[in-house]
Design a protein around this ligand. Structure first.
Ligand code: NAP
Length: 328
């Protein structure tokens, strides 16, 4: 069968897919442009897509033979799942294998923003480190502070585990409270959304992007945060109203922010990159050699299962063998 992979994959993963199928790969180290995607999908049975690809009705209408959409990422807000489901196409993602690398990065942003690491690096490179002084380049303690996690799922729990090493008090907000035993094991305390915003020294976002989480943090929520607090976002850009965040950072409504994702990626809200109190990363939550390799293997396993008419291991819109939907 024919497969389109819209991003580069490790050689061993390509070999695995090529054993039984013909693979067309975007060999450039950048996203496939929309026109190419639409023009190349027509004769494909399999699609291994990146989180930068918009998989919508327009694309699915160009893909009459498609049997499986294997997303290379855990977040799947780039895919119209309902449109795929209507056409009987399973959609898969790569949960779990990127949890640690993304939690590491969220924690790196907590440290980098609280201790002004990037600003300090810029300053030192610019030749501005001329003396040590007691009130020079003061940041804030991380140890012992309150970390508020919004979305205590796989990655949020990973961040909570890391916070234990810094003796942080962790509070969290989910729609569904965890079982008390799990809360105890993770040493986390449930809080309302409002209380979490009011009490946290660091607020870290780990929700998926959905209609409910779009602009979950805007002007009203930023105003609830302490003036000494930091907002960390490694989830998806549109979870934060970036214009309101820019104003809050400019006017010291909050102390700082650490961002890996942006509302209109890869564009930044004008003015954001002029500010010293925000650390800006280029969406690299899962970007380690080990994690990206595991993600590629997992996406390929899902793809191959779908091409063989098996239920893929990480199906988001489960189908049984006769093509009937099992659950949402
Ligand atoms: P997950 O295990 O599904 O966790 C998501 C958590 O968010 C759950 O605890 C869920 O709990 C909570 N949640 C969902 N909707 C919510 C709402 N409206 N209000 C409050 N909480 C809500 O997902 P994960 O594997 O941790 O991944 C989380 C997200 O991280 C992904 O969807 C992806 O967008 C992002 N991500 C980014 C990178 C990067 O490179 N920066 C890398 C990997 C993942 P309830 O259902 O109880 O609310």
């Amino acid at each position: 069968m024919k497969v389109l992979a819209t991003g580069r994959l490790p050689d061993e993963v390509v070999t695995l897919i090529e054993k039984d199928h013909h693979v067309e790969i975007n060999s450039k180290n950048k996203p496939m442009d929309r026109e190419s995607l639409l023009s190349r999908i027509g004769d494909k049975e399999g699609l291994l897509c990146m989180v930068t690809d918009r998989i919508d009705t327009e694309l699915l209408n160009c893909a009459p033979r498609l049997k499986i959409i294997a997303n290379y990422g855990v977040g799947f807000n780039n895919i119209d799942i309902n449109a795929a489901t209507e056409r009987g196409i399973p959609v898969t993602n790569t949960p779990g294998v990127l949890t640690d690398s993304t939690a590491d990065l969220a924690f790196a942003l907590i440290l980098a923003s609280g201790r002004r690491l990037v600003e300090g690096d810029r300053n030192t490179r610019a030749g501005e480190f001329r003396f040590w002084a007691p009130l020079h380049f003061l940041g804030q303690d991380i140890t012992g502070k309150i970390l508020g996690i919004i979305g205590l799922g796989r990655i949020g729990k990973g961040v909570a585990k890391r916070a234990a090493g810094f003796a942080m008090k962790v509070i969290y907000y989910n729609r569904q409270r965890l079982e008390r035993g799990e809360e105890k094991a993770l040493n986390v305390v449930y809080a309302s959304f409002k209380t979490l915003l009011e009490e946290s020294d660091f607020v870290s976002l780990h929700v998926p992007l959905t209609p409910q989480t779009t602009h979950l943090v805007g002007q009203k929520e930023l105003n609830l945060m302490k003036p000494s607090a930091y907002l960390i976002n490694t989830s998806r850009g549109p979870v934060v109203d970036e214009k309101s965040l820019l104003e809050a950072l400019k006017n010291q409504v909050i102390c700082g922010a650490g961002l890996d994702v942006y509302e209109n990626e890869p564009e930044l809200t004008p003015g954001l990159s002029d500010l010293d109190n925000v650390v800006l990363l280029p969406h690299i939550g899962s970007a380690t050699i080990e994690t990206r390799t595991r993600m590629a293997q997992m996406a390929a396993e899902n793809l191959l299962a779908g091409l063989s008419d098996e239920i893929p291991p990480n199906c988001l819109n489960c189908f049984d063998l006769s093509g009937n939907r099992c659950s949402d």
